[in-house]
Write a protein that binds this ligand. Structure first.
Ligand code: APR
Length: 246
């Protein structure tokens, strides 16, 4: 781990670590990312078609079934060593804010206490008219999507679609963390989708050291910005072991 001595020191002395994760962190759990050419989900789907209010209005059944398929995938997936390392990091540093764009809930299953879910959670369902989370609904009939037991509108996954606003509270907490942290880790995200993509820049501008861990970057150290080309499931456990050998 000598190549990452700076990073190990930064972790050991960090006061407040903010972490932003994207689909790359769940890739080693077997969940396809969005934009990776060979495995990316979008390779065979058009995001606008599947993950947008227009797509849902056009074909609610298709969208409900696509998310049901993804829920299946997630249910079969296990948190990988990268998720587990982030849950351990939370216990090792004085303060950690985990911000995720992922909707698979694997951070929670790995033991992370309260990830900020910028894009919602595929495990939750809301009423498409009232926006409230619906815990129970009748799926007896073969009509899909099911209907809201309160008002009869179609149910939908509790995720943020293209063109929709992110949950205000979640976004405010994420901005705060980016501004107040001293170490910001951006892991497994292509950094293409706003407003999440601006968080590392805000952290940098606020004086934090930013470390980008991704597969489509070149490893380089230009403090306060570090980029590391590595798989999160491989690198994160190694960094934790090196920083806290006990
Ligand atoms: N370790 C680290 N990085 C990885 C790994 C891995 N094992 N596998 C893939 N990656 C990297 C890819 O190189 C890519 O840069 O993870 C990134 C995944 O990028 P995207 O597929 O664009 O996913 P993400 O950045 O999370 O997308 C953001 O866009 O489609 C919307 O709402 C969706 O939350 C998603 C948002």
């Amino acid at each position: 781990m000598e190549t990452h001595t700076d990073l190990i020191e930064l972790l050991q002395h960090a006061r407040h670590v903010a972490v932003l994760t994207g689909a790359g962190v769940s890739a080693e759990s077997g969940i396809p990312t969005f934009r990776d050419a060979q495995t990316g989900m979008w390779a065979q789907f058009d995001p606008e078609e599947l993950a947008s209010p227009a797509g849902f209005r056009r074909n609610p059944r298709l969208i409900w079934e696509w998310y049901a398929w993804r829920r299946e995938l997630v249910a079969k997936a296990e948190p990988n060593p990268g998720h587990l390392a982030l849950a351990e990091l939370e216990r090792r540093v004085p303060r950690l804010t985990l911000i995720t764009q992922n909707v698979d809930g694997l951070h929670q299953r790995a033991g992370s206490a309260a990830p900020i879910e910028l894009h919602g959670n595929i495990g939750r369902v809301t009423c498409s008219a009232e926006g409230v989370v619906i815990e129970q609904w009748d799926e007896a009939g073969d009509e899909l999507p099911p209907r809201c037991p309160r008002c009869g509108a179609h149910l939908r996954p509790d995720v943020v679609w293209f063109g929709e606003l992110l949950p205000e509270e979640a976004m405010a907490a994420a901005w705060d963390a980016a501004r107040s942290c001293d170490l910001f880790l951006s892991i497994g995200t292509s950094g293409l989708v706003e407003p999440a993509a601006s968080l590392p820049r805000v952290a940098l501008q606020s004086g934090a050291t930013v470390v980008v861990i991704n597969l489509d970057v070149t490893t380089a150290a230009r403090p306060p910005l570090y980029t590391i080309n590595a798989r999160s499931g491989e690198l994160l456990p190694k960094l934790l072991r090196a920083a806290w050998p006990t």
